[in-house]
Structures are given as C-alpha cells and as structure tokens.
Write a protein of this length. Structure first.
Length: 71
C-alpha cells in the first residue's frame, strides 16, 4: 500500500488556495473577502516549506518501489 502523497494538514492548507482559485476564476472581484486574501497571501511562503519534504518523501517511496521491482 502506498503512503499518502501529502499529509491531511497540508491538504487542508492547499484546499484554501484551491477554493480561492475557484473564486478567482468564477466570481467577479467585488466579491473578494479582503481579510481572507490577506491571510492567504501571508501564508504563501509556508506552503512550499510544508509541501516540499512531503513530495520528496513520496518520490523516495516511488524510487524504492521501482528498485524493488527491478531487483
């Protein structure tokens, strides 16, 4: 069984950005919540720091599986 690519906490953090993207693509700008936009912008630097080690761990898992399959 393969591990999750990202943790539930990271998924939740990314979900906010996905939701915001949906609003940007489908709603006019006058409906933006300025406090939400400000909070999301402030949190942006932390997202790659949280996501990168999880993606690297998943890539390591895939590499191990590929090595096992070859050998």
């Amino acid at each position: 069984m393969r591990p999750a690519v990202i943790s539930p906490a990271t998924r939740e953090a990314l979900e906010e950005y996905r939701g915001f993207r949906h609003v940007v693509r489908n709603v006019y700008t006058f409906q933006f919540d300025p406090s939400r936009v400000r909070r999301l912008v402030q949190q942006v630097p932390a997202v790659p720091d949280r996501l990168r080690p999880q993606l690297l761990a998943f890539a390591d898992f895939l590499q191990q599986r590929a090595t096992q399959a070859d050998g």
